[in-house]
Write a protein that binds this ligand. Sequence first.
Ligand code: SF4
Length: 285
Amino acid sequence: MYVAGIKARRDEAADIDPAIFGTLFHLSAELAYNSMAEKSHDRIITEEMLDNLSKDERQIELFVRQAFNGELFNGKETLPSDYNGIQSINFEVICRYLRQIMVMDKLYAPFMYVESESDEFEHLISIPHPESANGNLQVRISGRIDRIDCKNGIYRIADYKTGHVEKNPNTIDDLFDNSKERRRYALQTFYYATLVHYSGKYGSKRLAPVLLYIRSSAKPSAEGIYMKMANEPITDFSGGLMNGYIAHLRDTISSIFNPEIPFAQTGLPDTCSKCDFKEICHKHL
Ligand code: SF4
């Protein structure tokens, strides 16, 4: 994450910071799920496949090792015995998360593993901008999507989350209300579903933004298969829901580029407490 080119400071003492941990987990999951999908017709992943792989400790460790080799050791072959203390702990945690997500996915199987870690989704949004030559500014929006899967004609646009479980939003308006605690995960996964919609890659298929909580998957439940809004599962992110989201997104982007609207510090102390930039923001001085 960075603002105006200022990157969030990496905690060197931790050796593997949250961003690298996320990359290692995503890569491990991609390797594991692609290995199952490639062995089956139409990339269908079954409950049996998930059950077998989740119990195969050696194979799971191999996928995680491959991710470590690529991301931390410049492609050099390593063994867990080569890792330092922090790396060893993260290796164990990622192996456990990988098993957990397979246990969770058994409730959803069989499904098609369509694609993962794709960053081909981008779109140009035109916003009014009085200082631009023709009164409009083209703003490129893009993102990398953790995973897209499909079952019963519904394409889930999935984002892996290893943090706390966020409450479901009640309305689209709530997501953009600065006076309320944001549902940041929902905002993000709706954004990804919007990018997929704009790409037209899946035509008129139904899109369902979802959050796959890995820590909570220790107790998997069918509740996590789809996100909910006002207690209704979102199995079709289109129509009023998506149009409302896109309208707010355009307004937000317009306000960011509007020279008459200054950037302001948030009034939500909880947001500041977790902010990567609080030491340079001067809010608390
Ligand atoms: S510390 Fe608070 S006000 Fe400052 S940048 Fe972070 S979130 Fe915004």
